[in-house]
Design a protein around this ligand. Structure first.
Ligand code: ATP
Ligand code: MG
Length: 360
């Protein structure tokens, strides 16, 4: 029996995810995406994806690291409060429909458009990929369209750096619906599914802080750039990283530069009123000791992540690892039901439904 579109939607869907390029998640993930995931977990049917195949685009020589990072990210998800009973955890490498959709979607995106994608360009530069990155690296942008569309979500909570990717994904969904589902080119994007399109045209939902800068004050906080405060860093490490932030003030009466990471962290992690007060003090020419402000920001970050650290600690050791593996296994099963259904609908629309297969 081919999969039937039997998975009725009682709620709209969310798909978003993280790449296991490091052992865990950082504050940028929290303010950029995790906060929204937590907020929307009940309102939406949520799919959270670990892009472990995409981790091979930059770490092909480190498979053991990718495996450990995958477990680390799931630990962080659980520690933050993502709930595998309410949401579905999706391990990319075990969802064959994603790989198949990637190939199908690759026909709908002009090659030059992929290569002009600003997020890819920034990554090539900041990660120092030079001229030698593999063919699979730009391919991941197409793959990400498949990651998303395999679950036919309405919403994708991400940081600002992902906007270009979501735009590409919207283009693919639009083109697919128009080419293969008879959706007219005047149909508004939010009516595509109603008009017979296989794919709703998903929208990005950018987090409270669209782009949290790293402790280097230059690049976005990133797992791969050695400028991140991780959710599992201990209290001392957090404070040390905050203390290392450059403020570039000639005297204690000088203003705090607009582009200082400290300024953004004051806004992101201190209560609004206190943040306003500190910024006013800096602007007034009063004597302000950066060390005191850094201590306050460090304490606020530690208060935020302490419960997460404590929950993550319970997941260390063999029992914790077994729990994580069980969660991953259960997620794979649930995710394949939906992704297979999508693939079936897509292939049917393309005149490709010649047979069926069963996945255990
Ligand atoms: P890598 O350096 O390997 O690309 P990353 O730190 O960029 O890792 P991703 O797994 O690529 O992390 O991103 C996961 C999600 O977190 C995406 O939605 C991304 O937009 C968001 N995100 C990552 N870093 C930040 C940040 N500094 N500020 C806001 N959102 C972020
Ligand atoms: Mg990234």
């Amino acid at each position: 029996m081919p999969p039937q579109p039997s998975v009725q939607r009682s709620k709209p869907r969310i798909l978003t995810g993280d790449t296991p390029t490091s052992t865990g998640l950082h504050l940028g993930h929290y303010v950029g995406s995790l906060e929204n995931r937590l907020k929307l977990q009940d309102e939406y049917d949520c799919y959270f994806l670990i892009a472990n195949i995409h981790a091979f685009t930059t770490l092909a020589d480190k498979p053991a690291d990718i495996r450990a990072n995958t477990l680390g990210i799931v630990k962080d998800w659980l520690a933050v409060g993502l709930d595998p009973d309410r949401s579905t955890f999706v391990l990319q490498s075990e969802i064959p429909a994603i790989a198949e959709l990637t190939f199908l979607f690759a026909m709908l995106i002009p090659f030059n458009k992929v290569m002009r994608n600003p997020t890819l360009k920034t990554e090539i530069e900041t990660k120092g990929l030079g001229e030698t990155y593999p063919f699979g690296f730009p391919m991941y942008a197409v793959g990400q369209c498949a990651d998303i569309l395999a679950f036919r979500p309405e919403l994708v909570p991400v940081g600002e750096d992902q906007e270009a990717h979501i735009e590409m994904c919207r283009d693919v969904a639009l083109k697919f619906n128009q080419l293969y589902c008879g959706v007219g080119n005047r149909v508004p994007t939010d009516e595509h599914a109603k008009a017979g399109g296989v794919f709703p045209i998903p929208k990005a939902k950018i987090g409270r802080i669209a782009r949290l800068v790293g402790t280097d004050g230059k690049n976005k906080m990133s797992k791969s750039l050695n400028n991140a405060i991780f959710l599992y860093d201990d209290a001392k490490q957090v404070q040390k990283k905050i203390n290392g932030i450059k403020t570039d003030r000639p005297t204690m009466n000088s203003p705090l530069p607009d582009d200082s990471a400290l300024r953004q962290y004051i806004d992101a992690f201190l209560p609004q009123e206190r943040a306003g007060q500190i910024k006013a003090d800096y602007a007034s020419g009063k004597e302000v000791m950066d060390g005191h402000i850094k201590a306050e920001v460090g304490a606020a970050i530690n208060a935020l992540i302490e419960p997460m650290r404590a929950r993550r600690a319970t997941l260390e050791g063999p029992d914790g690892e077994q729990k994580v593996l069980d969660v991953i296994k259960a997620g794979i099963k649930k995710a394949n039901v939906v992704a297979e259904e999508t693939l079936y609908l897509a292939k049917k629309a393309m005149g490709l439904e010649f047979g069926s297969r069963a996945l255990g």
